[in-house]
Design a protein around this ligand. Structure first.
Ligand SMILES: [Zn+2]
Length: 149
């Protein structure tokens, strides 16, 4: 193999490594976003926290929809999921049908709050990192090829 062929092959291989790393970090950052949404949903006592988390992981735009929904529905009072009765904010059981409300303790709330913020920052960090990796590899690739011409 000639030097030029080697050069082109190694350049293309480098680009693929870059795209691979970008994708891997991208997948990791999607998982971090899903974890942040999951803990936020637990913190806010949103129904279906797992559904929101999984959807946000696969389609990051869902996380935006989720945030908008949460920001606009603040005024709605809590209601029992079984009988629909309005609930006192601090009660642990529905006063009408007796359903346990699975209200997190203050400690658990603190944990959810900490984790949603932690995962949010990790998500931001990994997103930035994935783009830095992509640009570094594109930069190396372009410099090599411009240098070769
Ligand atoms: Zn009830």
């Amino acid at each position: 193999m000639s030097y030029e062929t080697n050069f082109v092959i190694s350049g293309i291989a480098g680009l693929f490594v870059g795209i691979g790393l970008f994708s891997l970090i991208g997948i990791g950052s999607c998982i971090l976003l899903a974890l942040s949404v999951y803990n936020d949903a637990l913190y806010r006592r949103v129904e279906n926290p797992t559904m929101w988390a999984v959807l946000s992981g696969f389609f990051n735009i869902v996380a935006l929809v989720y945030i908008i929904i949460q920001a606009t529905k603040k005024a709605a009072p809590l209601r029992c999921m079984q009988c629909g009765d309005f609930l006192h904010p601090n009660s642990r059981f529905c006063q009408r049908c007796g359903r346990p409300l699975m209200i997190p303790s203050p400690d658990e709330l603190n944990n959810y709050d900490r984790r949603r913020k932690l995962f949010l920052w990790l998500w931001i960090g990994s997103s930035v990192l994935s783009f830095i990796v992509l640009f570094v590899f594109i930069f190396i690739y372009v410099v090599r090829f411009i240098g070769a011409v």
